[in-house]
Write a protein that binds this ligand. Sequence first.
Ligand code: ADP
Ligand code: MG
Length: 483
Amino acid sequence: MADLATLLEAWEPVIGLEVHVQLATESKAFSPSGTTFGAEPNSLTDPTVLALPGALPTFNVKALELALRLGVATGSKIRARCRFARKHYFYPDLPKGYQISQYDEPLCEDGTIELWVANQRRKVRLQRIHLEEDAGKNTHHGTTSLVDLNRAGVPLCEVVTLPDLHSAEEAAEYMRALHRLVRYLGVSEGDMEKGQMRCDANVSVRRRGEDRLGTRTELKNINSFRFVQKAIEHEIARQIRLLEEGGAVERETRLWDADAGTSAPMRSKEEIADYRYFPDPDLPPLAVDGATMRQVITSMPELPVPKLERFVREYGLTFDDAATLTDERELAEYLDAAVRSAGDGALARPLASFILTELLRVLGGRPITEAPVTPEALAELIGLVASDVISGKIAKDVFATMCKTGERAGFIVQRDDLRQISDASVLRPLCEKIIADNPKQVAQYRGGKDSLLGFFVGQLMKATEGKANPSLSADLMKKLLAG
Ligand code: ADP
Ligand code: MG
C-alpha cells in the first residue's frame, strides 16, 4: 500500500482531545485531605474519599477559582450557576461507585485555545471545560491487585475540544499550548510525568471533501507530549489502511502501549446511559458571583500567544526566539523586567540574545527563577555594551564574574579596568608595532590574502587583553596595512 503521506492526500484526519488537568489545590475537591505527589499510598484519605457511610462532600472553592481562570483565559461562556452530577461505574479505584463530575451543566463552554502550527496561528474551539474529581489508582502485581486512593478526589478540569484538529502534529501542538496556558495561569503545574495532565484522543478519518465525520476510536493512556503525536499518527495510519482495504473502523476504546508503539482494543465504548448520570443531591448548585468573576478577570496575566506576538512586534525578535522566551511565563517576565530596567527598547534584542545564549547556558536546564543574576543587573551589563563601554566579548567575562560573586557589572568593569579602548591615539602605536613585528604576514596580506586581517586584529586584542574596540581595531588595522 502507498505510504502514509500519499494516503493523506485522499484522507483527512479529524481529532478531538479530552484533556484532564489537575488543579493546583492543596486539598482535595470535596474533602480536606492533601494532594501531595508521591505520598505514602492511602495516606491522603478521609471519610469522604473512602466513601464511609454518612460522609458528605464540601466543595473546595479554590478549585472553582482555578477553573474560572482557565475559563476566562479561553474566552469561554461561564455558567453563573451550575451543578455537579454523579457518573456511575464500578471499579476498585472508586469507592463511592460514582465519580462527581459535571454533565449537562458544565462550568465553561465555547472557548478557544490559540496556538501556532508551522508558524501559522490557529484557533482550536473548545466544547466545554468542566470540573470533576479524579479516581484512585490500581496496580497489578501477579495475582494480586493493589488500590491507592491518594489521587481519589483530587480536583480536575476536563478540557474538551471540538473535532477541530487535523493532524497528529497539530494535536501535539495543542497539548503544548494548553500546558503552557495552565502554567501561565497557575491553574496547574501540568506535569505529565506526575499524571497532572492526561490526554484521551478521539480519532477518525474521512475522505477529503466529505462533510460527515467518520467513526472514531478513543485512545487512552497517552502520558507524554511525544506519545500524543505518536499514538495519533499510528491510529490515523491504522484507520486509513483499514478503510483502504475495504474494512470498517469499530467504535471502540483503545489502549496505547508506549513501549510497543501500538494500540490494542480495550473495550467497546460504553453508552452515555450506562453511566446513569444525575445531579448530585449531596452538593448544592455552584454559584459564580460577580465579585469572584471580577477578581479572576483583573488578575489575568498577559497570555502566551499575545506575549509571543508582542515580543516579535515590539522587541523585534524572531518568531523562534520569541517562542522560546515565552514558553515559560517567568522567563518571559525576566526579559520584560530587563527591558524595563534598561529603559531602552533598542536593548530588547541584545538582552534576549544574551539570555538565550549565556544565561540559559549557565542555568543548564534549571528554571529562570534560579538565575544567578537579576534582570536589572543583566540590563546594566548589556547597557555597558550598548554604550561601547565594554565589548561583547568582555561582557561574557564580566557576566561570569557576576554569576560567581554577585557583584554589579559597572563595579567589576571599574575595578578590573575592563573599559574598552576606543581611543585611536592609544591603539595606533600598538597597531604599528604589530605590523613591524610581523613582516611575513604583512607581505602576504598586501599580496592579496585579505583573510589575514583577523590575525592582525587578534594580535591587537591580545596586546590589549581583549579591550580594544573591535570595529575600530579592524578599521585602523586595515588603514595602516594599506598604507
Ligand atoms: P464521549 O463523551 O463519548 O467521549 P463526546 O461527544 O463528548 O464523547 O466527544 C468527546 C471528544 O470526541 C470531543 O473532543 C469531540 O471533539 C471528539 N469527537 C467527536 N466525534 C468525533 C469524530 N467523529 N472524530 C474525531 N473526534 C470526535
Ligand atoms: Mg470520552
